[in-house]
Design a protein around this ligand. Structure first.
Ligand code: SF4
Length: 141
């Protein structure tokens, strides 16, 4: 099982490689965002996400966009934060009303399965940066 930090580092490298390739092909921001639509990514970038192998979306939504996967509002702790006898591994910085906290064995992880905030095209275009690390600069704590 990967830690949040391992996932972050590995995803960052994959994202960078794809964006560099698309920039070299002359794509602008809009084209890049279109390229990251789930159906296209499944076909062209099968190694970007383990869900692509089974053509499974992490969120059931029309035109799921994978560009900001990871979510800029997610916060994970490399050392879990103790609070009220439980250990927080991750939280949502905007307290999304569609997010949940998942508790098990006094450990808390943020459950984003019901929240689609970073996967809509408008959101991605508004918050676009070529550098994934820049978009995610507050995620790792
Ligand atoms: S947004 Fe979902 S389907 Fe797309 S790369 Fe991330 S986890 Fe995979």
């Amino acid at each position: 099982m990967m830690t949040y930090n391992q996932w972050h580092e590995s995803h960052s490298k994959k994202h960078k490689k794809i964006v560099e390739k698309l920039k070299a092909q002359g794509m602008d921001e809009w084209d890049i965002v279109q390229y990251f639509i789930f159906d296209n990514m499944v076909e062209k970038e099968p190694d970007f996400c383990e869900l692509y192998a089974t053509n499974t979306k992490c969120h059931e939504m029309y035109e799921l966009n994978c560009y900001m996967c990871g979510c800029p509002h997610f916060r994970f702790y490399q050392t879990p934060r103790p609070q009220d006898d439980v250990l927080f591994h991750s939280v949502c910085s905007i307290n999304s009303k569609r997010g949940k906290q998942s508790f098990s064995n006094n450990e808390v992880h943020q459950d984003c399965s019901g929240c689609t905030v970073p996967h809509g095209e408008d959101y991605v275009l508004r918050n676009f940066d070529h550098e994934w690390e820049k978009m995610m600069e507050n995620v790792r704590n």
